[in-house]
Design a protein around this ligand. Structure first.
Ligand SMILES: Nc1nc2c(ncn2[C@@H]2O[C@H](COP(=O)(O)OP(=O)(O)OP(=O)(O)O)[C@@H](O)[C@H]2O)c(=O)[nH]1
Length: 479
């Protein structure tokens, strides 16, 4: 072998060694950039962040947050009497267009297509507490009740009101503190979308345009709405491009903070249910029929009674007797007095009577359950407007809660907007979140209606109502 051959072999070996070195360095760098879904906790070679705070800042001792109408920090959306609501301060989300989806607004909603005299849907049996826990009613049926049931009293005649006999003992209420946290398992279907779907995609590393489109589609499939989806995706893209996000925990934390921010966590979500000096707090509960209004009124009354409040429930859904019966069952179950008129009575008259009874008895809270079964927007406006006006002859309405069924998605939104146009809604109760993969509707509702989601329904049980708290909710969504 000549000297030239040795030199050539030397050069080839040197080139191979250099090529190998370049390859190894490249691989190490690529690996660092890649986001891994592996949990790095406990792995000393990975400087992952500390354990995520799963409480999401949810106040352990807070439970439900009740405030006094007018005395609470004014919600950006809380209108003064006679004023239109002011849109909430959207902070860094201010760029989002307002009310993006305006197509397909119905007259009143699907319900508008159902004639008043058509067959009504059946009643759902409420599971009542164990009979042993109840003592029999202290008194036999009030003669006025019998008169009312016979339909012999005028609806606005106070003697025709039925007062549910207050039970001596009611079944024990589940603790209210940290309910959303405890009920997180109920969001299992939505967890699949956010906790697995979105997190899985983001954790796949090196996201190309197709992957981002998939993230977008996944968020849209959870009913986040197009405007919020775009804003969330833009924010994620920007953060992932600049921040040194590597581990699964860091990706989760990033997604968490972006979603929490999109829920406008600074909105006042307290329910104005604390009494004034001389008058009770008055809450009006509105929404399309079947969304869970009566159930929500019952669950809310239960929390208030457990909080030591004296509560009157007004059955202003007078379209069918069964609705008032359902409310009365709740009243007996939770220890609240129920004021009702006969079927077909003027809802405003019943609402007035309930508030009058509440004022006379010096109770703390009056909650009025209304009907959502109305033909036209004008009809709805007339009826709800009248209910509110008539109540305000006695005292002010502190809170108008719109109940919205999370499973109805965009249809529900269109209906909700009609209600929002008709009455000044001060808060939303989103029910049936336990039965849907579309937990993203919470984001959409707030964005479209401009009012905070204050409470969420997570089941049919008496204690399946939780105060809405953005951090705890997002933690529950991410699983
Ligand atoms: N899964 C689930 N079901 C709920 C929830 N809230 C209410 N429901 C159920 O939804 C159904 C309708 O609830 P209602 O309270 O009767 O609804 P409504 O709006 O008062 O209806 P109308 O009286 O017809 O106007 C009932 O079967 C409730 O048990 C919830 O958070 N989760």
């Amino acid at each position: 072998m000549g000297v030239n051959t040795e030199i050539i072999i030397g050069i080839v070996v040197a080139v191979v060694v250099v090529a190998l070195l370049v390859l190894v360095v490249g691989l190490v760098r690529a690996r660092r950039r890649r986001i891994s879904l592996r949990d790095t906790a406990g792995d000393p070679t990975q400087a992952g962040p500390r354990e995520v705070d799963r409480s999401g800042g949810y106040t352990a001792g807070g439970g439900f947050n009740f405030s006094q109408g007018g005395a609470a920090t004014p919600t950006p959306t809380a209108p003064a009497p006679g004023e239109k609501p002011v849109a909430p301060d959207r902070g860094e989300w201010a760029d989002l267009p307002e009310r993006t989806e305006t197509d397909g607004q119905p007259g009143v909603g699907d319900d508008a297509a159902i004639p008043r005299d058509s067959a009504q849907r059946g009643m759902t049996d409420l599971s009542l507490p164990d009979p042993d826990l109840y003592d029999p009613p202290a008194t036999p049926q009030d003669p006025d009740t019998a008169a009312d049931e016979a339909g012999t009293t005028a609806p606005d005649d106070l003697s025709g009101l039925t007062e549910a006999p207050a039970p001596v003992r009611i079944d024990e209420i589940a603790p209210v503190d940290g309910r959303l946290h405890r009920l997180r398992g109920r969001l299992a279907r939505s967890q699949g979308v956010f906790g697995k779907g979105v997190l899985g995609l983001l954790g796949g590393g090196d996201l190309d345009e197709d992957s981002w489109e998939e993230v977008e589609d996944t968020l849209l499939s959870a009913d986040l709405g197009s405007a919020t989806t775009t804003a969330v995706v833009d924010r994620l893209r920007a953060e992932l491009a600049t921040a040194s996000v590597r581990s699964a925990a860091e990706v989760r934390e990033l997604l968490r903070s972006v979603l929490v921010a999109a829920l406008l966590p600074d909105l006042d979500r307290s329910v104005r249910a604390l009494p004034h000096a001389d008058t009770p707090a008055v809450l009006l509960v509105v929404g399309v029929n079947g969304t869970g209004k009566t159930t929500t009124v019952g669950k809310l009354a239960r929390v208030l009674v457990a909080d030591g409040r004296r509560v009157v429930l007004g059955a202003a859904d007078t379209f069918r007797a069964a609705a008032a019966d359902q409310l009365q069952t709740w009243g007996e179950r939770v220890g609240a007095t129920v004021v009702r008129g006969r079927e077909g009575a003027d809802p405003a008259s019943v609402a007035f009577d309930a508030v009058a009874a509440g004022v006379a008895d010096g109770v703390d809270v009056v909650v009025i359950d209304t009907a959502g079964r109305l033909h036209t927007k004008t009809g709805l406006m007339d009826e709800l407007g009248k209910v509110k006006r008539v109540i305000e002859k006695k005292t002010k309405v502190d809170e108008v809660l719109l109940v919205l069924d999370a499973t109805t998605g965009q249809n529900g939104m269109a209906q909700a907007k009609v209600f929002a146009d008709v009455v000044d809604i001060t808060g939303v109760v989103l029910t049936k979140l336990d039965g849907t993969a579309k937990g993203g509707i919470v984001f959409h509702v707030q964005h479209e209606l401009g009012v905070p989601v204050k409470l969420v329904g997570l089941g049919e049980g008496a204690d399946d109502l939780a105060p809405f708290e953005p951090g705890a909710f997002v933690d529950a969504l991410l699983g």
